[in-house]
Write a protein of this length. Structure first.
Length: 66
């Protein structure tokens, strides 16, 4: 499955790489929300996908902290 391989890849990354990816996803989410507000977004399901990826990254960061 796609998500399981994505999570495995996240677990192999360092904390710095995870933080960089988290920042880029948050920027992407901001841009998607802005496009949605101005009715320029064609694929609104991308917002949910990005939100879930942010949550996955935050979960892996928390796992590494413990």
């Amino acid at each position: 499955m796609k998500t399981t391989t994505y999570v495995k890849d996240l677990r192999n990354k360092s904390a710095e790489e995870l933080n960089q990816e988290l920042v880029s996803l948050k920027k992407e989410l901001f841009n998607l929300r802005f496009q949605n507000a101005t009715n320029q977004l064609s694929n609104s399901s991308r917002i949910n996908e990005v939100r879930k990826n942010i949550a996955r990254i935050q979960t892996v960061i928390t796992e590494k902290a413990n």
